[in-house]
Design a protein around this ligand. Structure first.
Ligand code: GLU
Length: 483
């Protein structure tokens, strides 16, 4: 590709980092890496009422957590922020004035009440809501009259209609939009002097020399509006790629209103999802690896990603699939990564009683059974609590038989000869003991599991025995025998 690739993720800090925004960020990131380009974070914070610093922080931290760190702008972990639209308010006004001077925009004195009445009338007439372009032909006298009445104008951009705006979309192919469907002349600077998204975004994308704009397909009509503004400013427009929206299993758009916190990346962080799993899951949601691989990391995807391989049809968010990806990462990430990430989920226990090696062994023994890291506390609790609580249910159903007592006391009497530290060796010793007692399967394993871990399912029995160590195995076997 001969163009210098510059792309951006441009979230509005009007909510926490959305799964869809993360997916768009990922595609921008991958595209930049694929073509040796630059990926930028820009906060579109001109909507003063809805923007707030907590959302900004959540977005910045969420993208960082996912590993989608940007090449320019806000230093990761540094002070907020370099690229913020609110810092450019005056610049947007200057540009709007240039458009007014060229006759491409004008001052509109319509009040909110007048516009609301217009909307009501259109609704009553069953016609689509739109501005009726009434400000286009204001006479000097009318203008003066409004000014004297204290009306503060907004700036509207002149949308010629009918006219077709078309472009080749890198994801969707050819797109053509009739300007008659764009709602009439559009406000570009509000009466309070603040630029509207569709205007500010064009100015920024020009100033920041964006080569490609990759975003969700809910922006397709905005793209048509923005192309008109590029033309009026006599600037070359970037290329566009609109990724499909994300739906739930019932084909409903993923939205805060319907799905609550489940649309936010932070929700998954708190629940113990691995960022690598989320990124992998989001990536393959609409993009297929050329070799059909499901599991791949950012680096691998970055070497292969392209927009023409992004699907045109809606993506589907399926929690069961995400869980599958997460469990794959929980079992395959480096053990020390999992041990480190497990710490916040283990605060109920005094883990300082164990060495790093001991903790690692515990985590290694349970990680195959985990879907999220939040499950690690309960999974490790039998290792980490001094007094094991075995339920009455288990005592009567599993421990209360002659066979069970035989198994428990035989193991108890062979403790000295067990190959401590060798999980497989310990497992073999249990099996040898079973042979001797002519017991196997549930009859052999369940009493030991119940006595040692308080459960009949869980990690490998050899690992449980070896990790607990002689002293604790002894006391747990004894209390099970004495219950
Ligand atoms: N601020 C817009 C949003 O959050 C960004 C759209 C764009 O990428 O231009 O949807």
């Amino acid at each position: 590709m001969s163009t210098v690739v510059r792309v951006r993720i441009a979230p509005s800090p009007t909510g926490n980092l959305h799964v869809g925004t993360a997916r768009t960020a990922l595609y921008n990131y991958l595209y930049a890496k694929r073509y040796g380009g630059t990926y930028i974070l820009r906060l579109e914070d001109t909507d003063e009422e809805r923007s707030n610093e907590n959302y900004t922080r959540d977005i910045v931290e969420g993208l960082t957590w996912l590993g989608l760190t940007w090449d320019e702008g806000l230093e990761v972990g540094g002070p907020y922020p370099p690229y913020r639209q609110t810092e450019k308010i005056d610049h947007y006004s200057t540009m709007a004035n240039q458009l007014i001077a060229k006759g491409k925009a004008y001052l509109c004195y319509a009040t909110q009440e007048e516009l609301a009445t217009l909307k009501e009338e259109q609704k009553a007439a069953n016609s689509a809501p739109r501005y009726d372009n009434r400000g286009r032909e204001l006479s000097e006298v009318q203008r003066k009259h409004y000014q004297e009445a204290g009306r503060i104008p907004s700036v509207r951009f002149l949308v010629d209609e009918p006219q077709v705006v078309s472009w080749h979309d890198h994801v969707k192919g050819e797109i053509a939009i009739d300007t008659s469907d764009l709602g009439g002349d559009m406000v570009i600077v509000k009466s309070n002097g603040v630029a509207i998204y569709n205007f500010a975004v064009v100015i920024d994308d020009v100033d920041m020399k964006m080569s490609h704009v990759i975003r969700g397909e809910d922006h397709i009509h905005n793209t048509a509006k923005q192309l008109l503004i590029y033309e009026a400013l006599e600037h070359k427009a970037p290329e566009f790629g609109h990724a499909p929206l994300i739906f739930d299993l019932e084909r409903q758009k993923l939205s805060k209103r319907k799905h609550g916190e489940a649309v936010h990346i932070d929700h998954y962080r708190v629940l113990g999802y691995m960022p690598e799993a989320i990124v992998n899951y989001l990536g393959q949601m609409s993009w297929t690896h050329p070799e059909g691989k499901e599991i791949y990391d950012l680096e691998e995807a970055a070497a292969l990603f392209d927009l023409d391989k992004v699907s045109k049809s809606p993506a589907v968010f399926d929690l069961a699939r995400l869980n599958w990806f997460n469990s794959q990462y929980l079992r395959n990430l480096p053990l020390e990564t999992i041990v480190e990430r497990a710490q916040p989920y283990l605060t109920a226990y005094d883990t300082s009683l164990y060495s790093k090696a001991e903790l690692s062994q515990m985590v290694a023994s349970v990680r195959e059974g985990l879907t999220t890291l939040a499950e690690i506390g309960p999974a490790l609790s039998f290792y980490l609590t001094a007094e094991l609580a075995v339920s009455d249910e288990l005592k009567s159903s599993v421990l209360n038989s002659d066979n069970a007592r035989k198994v428990l006391s035989s193991l108890s009497s062979t403790l000295a000869s067990l190959p401590w530290g060798d999980h497989q060796g310990c497992k073999k010793a249990v099996d040898a003991l079973g042979k001797e007692l002519t017991l196997k399967g549930k009859d052999l394993y369940w009493p030991l599991r119940a006595a040692l871990s308080g459960k009949t399912q869980g990690p490998d029995l050899g690992a449980i025995i070896s990790i607990l160590g002689a002293e604790r195995v002894k006391s747990r076997l004894e209390s099970a025998l004495n219950h």
